[in-house]
Design a binder for this molecule. Structure first.
Ligand SMILES: [Zn+2]
Length: 111
């Protein structure tokens, strides 16, 4: 994947640290003619607890979830991500919030 495509997509998605794009397929490469972007938190990163903000160990990576956006170059764009769950001594196991799916987001959870 070209570096500029990666940063273009990261801008469109509003991606923030520690999330990174690990793979992207354009309309000409994917089986269904859509854009598919795989996003992850690198395994070396210890996530922050969404409850108390403390750095926690990662409990697990969760199931892959898929979000859809219609907004990138009029081609359907799907984001795929396994959302890490933290293992906090105080708060228990919580899913790390994803930066592209807040209120008013252009992305909709489909799976
Ligand atoms: Zn906590």
């Amino acid at each position: 994947m070209p570096k500029d495509l990666k940063s273009f997509l990261a801008d469109c998605i509003g991606l923030q640290e520690p999330w990174e794009i690990c793979e992207a397929e354009g309309p000409s490469e994917s089986a269904d003619g859509n854009i598919h972007v795989r996003i992850r938190v690198p395994p070396s990163v210890r996530p922050l607890c969404p409850g108390c903000g403390r750095m926690c160990s990662c409990f697990d990576r969760g199931e892959e979830r898929v979000w859809r956006s219609m907004d990138i170059s009029a081609v359907c764009t799907y984001l795929h991500a396994e959302v890490p769950r933290t293992d906090c001594r105080t708060c228990g196991q919580l899913s790390v919030p994803v930066p592209w799916a807040g209120p008013g987001s252009r992305f909709k959870l489909v799976e």
